[in-house]
Design a protein around this ligand. Structure first.
Ligand SMILES: Cc1ncc(COP(=O)(O)O)c(C=O)c1O
Length: 436
C-alpha cells in the first residue's frame, strides 16, 4: 500500500472515531457542567494533528507556515509569528521593543509602559522582565477597560509605550490611541489574547499599534492546545520578534533552509571572525519559544471555524444579556465600548453595591448547579503576592480595579454553549433571584 493509501485509511478511521465521540455528548441540565470556556473541535482538527504526526517533521513546518500566514491576515498584519503561548507572545512582543533594530525608538530600562492592574499577569510580567516601569490606570466598570482620557492622562515624561489587553474581548479605545500614539511617538501594543475576532471602528483588534498578541490555550477563541502569536505589519519589528523567539539568532532562514540572506559566510558581525556562519550569530539575548507543527496543524483546522466561533460567542453574549436584564438592578451587565463589536471571551458581571448578596455567594450557587464562572483573572494585580515591592507608578487611584477584584466574575459564552445551556443558565439565575 502506498503512503497516501495508508493515510487515507487512517484518516477515515480517525473521522469515525471522533464522530462517535462527539455523538455521545449530550447536555443534561444540572449534571453536565456548563464550562466557562473550552476547546471546540471536530474530526478536522484530529485529522490535521494525525497528518502532522505522520509527517514527523515535528518542529515548525508546512502547517506552521500556513498558520502564520493565515493568522497574520486575521489581524490585518503582514507577519504572523507563532510561539508556544500567549504569555510568550507578550514576552517577545515587549522584548522586541527594546531591540537595537528599532534604533533610537527602542525602549530602554526605566522607560514607562501604561497598562492596567485589572488583568492577567503575563500582560504585566514582560514589562517588569525588561526592566521597564508599569504605570497603572483604572478600568471602567461594565467595559472593564480604561478610557482614552485615563490612558492619555497617565502619560509622563518617561512614558514610551501602552500595552493593554482587550479585556474579555472588549476593545480599549485603540482608534483614538493610534492617533495619540503617533503624535506623541509612543508605541501601542495590543494584548488580543482574549480578543481574536473583535473589531473596533470596523478594523480588527491587534491592527492598531505595532503588534497584537494572541493566545491559543484551550480557553481562547481558537486553540492549538498551547500556543500564541505576535502579528505585526512592521518588518523590522517582526525580525526582532523572530530573533527573540529563535534563541536570539541573527539568521532568519526558515527551518531546514540555508543562506536566505545570501551572505551566510560573508559578513562582519560583532567581533566574530569575518564570515562566521550566520546561522550561529546571535544579535539578541533570546529565548526558544517556538511551537511545533502538530500544534499549528490543529490551528489550521480551527481557523476554518473561526467565523462560526465568533458568531456563536456574539449570539451567546446577546442571549445572556437579554436573559439577565431582569436583575440589572443588582447585577451590572457588560457593555461593549464605543464603536466596538467584541467577540466576547466571557460574559462579565459585577454584583452591585447594596445587592444584598456578594459575588462569592452567587458564584457558589452557580457552581453547585454546575454553571462555571471565573474571577476576572488576577483582580487587582498590585495586591497579588508576586508584585509586592515592584517599581511602578499608579495614575490616580484604582477604585474600580478593587471592585473588579471583590465583586466581578464572568460566565462562559464560548461556542461549546448552545441554546439548551443558555436556557439552563438563565433558569439557575431565576432560582437564585426567586424571593430575593
Ligand atoms: C489577556 C491575556 N493575556 C495573556 C494570556 C496568556 O496566554 P497563555 O495562557 O497562552 O500564556 C492570557 C491567558 O489567558 C490572557 O487572558
Amino acid at each position: 500500500m502506498s503512503e497516501l493509501d495508508h493515510r487515507k485509511r487512517i484518516m477515515s478511521e480517525v473521522r469515525e472515531l471522533v464522530a462517535e465521540r462527539l455523538r455521545a455528548r449530550v447536555f443534561v441540565p444540572g449534571r453536565t457542567p456548563v464550562r466557562y470556556a473550552g476547546r471546540v473541535y471536530d474530526a478536522d482538527e484530529v485529522v490535521n494533528l494525525v497528518e502532522a504526526s505522520l509527517d514527523f517533521w515535528l518542529t515548525a513546518g508546512r502547517f506552521a507556515e500556513e498558520f502564520e500566514n493565515r493568522i497574520a491576515e486575521c489581524l490585518a498584519g503582514t507577519d504572523g509569528i507563532l510561539v508556544n503561548s500567549g504569555s510568550s507572545a507578550n514576552l517577545v512582543a515587549i522584548s522586541a521593543l527594546t531591540s537595537h533594530l528599532l534604533g533610537e525608538r527602542r525602549l530602554r530600562p526605566g522607560d514607562e509602559v501604561i497598562t492596567v492592574a485589572a488583568g492577567f499577569p503575563t500582560t504585566l510580567n514582560p514589562i517588569l522582565q525588561n526592566q521597564l516601569v508599569p504605570v497603572f490606570v483604572d478600568v471602567e466598570l461594565g467595559t472593564y477597560v480604561p478610557t482614552f482620557e485615563s490612558i492619555a492622562g497617565a502619560v509622563g515624561p518617561r512614558t514610551r509605550a501602552i500595552f493593554i489587553a482587550h479585556t474579555l474581548a472588549n476593545p480599549f479605545p485603540v482608534k483614538k490611541l493610534r492617533g495619540f500614539c503617533r503624535e506623541r511617538d509612543l508605541w501601542l501594543l495590543e494584548d488580543c489574547c482574549d480578543a481574536l475576532g473583535s473589531t473596533h471602528a470596523g478594523e480588527p483588534c491587534g491592527s492598531f499599534g505595532v503588534a497584537g498578541t494572541l493566545s491559543f490555550y484551550p480557553a481562547h477563541h481558537i486553540t492549538l492546545g498551547e500556543g500564541g502569536a505576535v502579528v505585526t505589519a512592521d518588518a523590522e519589528y517582526a525580525r526582532a520578534v523572530r530573533s527573540l523567539r529563535d534563541w536570539g539568532r541573527d539568521c532568519y532562514c526558515a527551518g531546514g533552509e540555508n543562506n536566505t540572506c545570501g551572505r551566510r559566510f560573508s559578513q562582519q558581525l560583532g567581533t566574530l571572525p569575518f564570515g562566521y556562519d550566520h546561522k550561529y550569530v546571535y544579535s539578541h539575548i533570546g529565548y526558544n519559544l517556538k511551537a511545533t507543527d502538530m500544534q499549528a496543524a490543529i490551528g489550521c483546522a480551527q481557523l476554518d471555524k473561526l467565523p462560526s466561533f465568533v458568531a456563536a460567542r456574539k449570539r451567546n453574549y446577546h442571549a445572556l444579556r437579554e436573559g439577565l436584564l431582569a436583575y440589572e438592578d443588582r447585577l451590572l451587565l457588560p457593555e461593549p465600548t464605543a464603536e466596538s463589536d467584541p467577540a466576547w471571551f466571557g460574559f462579565p458581571i459585577t454584583v452591585r453595591a447594596g445587592a444584598g448578596f456578594g459575588r462569592t455567594d452567587l458564584t457558589r450557587f452557580l457552581d453547585a448547579r454546575k454553571v462555571e464562572s471565573r474571577n476576572l483573572f488576577g483582580g487587582n494585580l498590585l495586591r497579588q503576592p508576586a508584585y509586592q515591592g515592584i517599581r511602578h507608578r499608579v495614575h490616580g487611584q484604582l477604585p474600580n480595579t478593587d471592585i473588579v477584584m471583590n465583586d466581578s466574575f464572568f460566565l462562559g459564552c464560548y461556542p461549546g454553549i448552545g441554546t439548551p445551556e443558555i436556557g439552563y443558565m438563565l433558569e439557575v439565575f431565576a432560582d437564585y433571584f426567586r424571593g430575593r
